[in-house]
Design a protein around this ligand. Structure first.
Ligand SMILES: [Zn+2]
Length: 237
């Protein structure tokens, strides 16, 4: 019972974003009916050229939340984008989202995150096996699932930074990242997400700070690229 309670609680906290999205897709009839795919060849070719990922379509998920998701393992990739992301972001900003999601796939992040979650189950089961009392077992199961979730989110965030960096190096116009980060920050503030709250930082992969860092890194990339092009032109001269 304590092992089951730990596994369920831990896996639920760690994957709750995906679970909510799945439940919404399953029960919201409006979502099902209006969902259609992105089949724009220019977008799919761009993703293919820049990341090597071949997609026949991008699934569109009709919700008023902004997110993108990369589902599936090689060789079956599924990229999912929400309609609200399409509504809010321009061409350059969307390119970053596509490249970021493709990065998750190319860098095997889904598999790594699944392995990471399994990895956390092992020490927890060992610790729980040493607790013989039934109610203490349940108490420790909850305590461990909460503590390990916090550690998990901090590690999972590294994948977000890695995918963002992957996209940053390949994006046509890094300016798009800066404007996207600005929009996202504003949107978060409007929704009243306590972006600076410790609780939010502990139990979420995507935090407000990521956007701050995104804009900073994009600025550096613009600097780097302009430096590069001026050296090249100086070389030609
Ligand atoms: Zn991501």
């Amino acid at each position: 019972m304590k092992y089951f309670l730990f596994a369920i609680t831990f896996l639920f906290i760690a994957n709750r974003g995906v679970i909510y999205a799945f439940v919404e897709g399953l029960f919201n009839k409006k979502v099902k009916r209006r969902t259609h795919d992105i089949t724009d060849k220019r977008i799919l070719t761009l993703i293919q050229k820049k990341t090597g990922l071949t997609l026949s379509k991008i699934l569109l998920f009709d919700t008023d939340k902004v997110w993108g998701m990369m589902a599936g393992f090689p060789p079956k990739p599924y990229m999912i984008i929400t309609t609200d992301a399409l509504k809010r972001f321009d061409k350059d900003e969307m390119e970053w989202i596509y490249l970021h999601e493709a990065g998750h796939y190319v860098l095997w992040h889904n598999l790594k995150m699944a392995l990471l979650q399994i990895f956390f189950l092992i020490p927890s089961f060992v610790i729980l096996s040493r607790v013989s009392n039934f109610s203490s077992g349940l108490f420790f199961a909850i305590l461990l699932s909460i503590s390990f979730s916090v550690v998990y989110f901090q590690l999972a965030r590294l994948f977000e930074y890695e995918a963002s960096n992957f996209a940053l190096k390949r994006i046509s116009n890094p300016e798009g990242i800066i404007t996207l980060a600005e929009k996202a920050k504003k949107w978060w503030r409007q929704r009243g997400v306590a972006e600076k709250s410790l609780f939010h930082k502990l139990f979420n992969t995507w935090i407000y700070d990521i956007y701050v860092n995104l804009a900073k890194n994009a600025q550096e990339e613009i600097h780097r690229r302009s430096g590069k092009s001026s050296t090249t032109s100086a070389g030609i001269l």
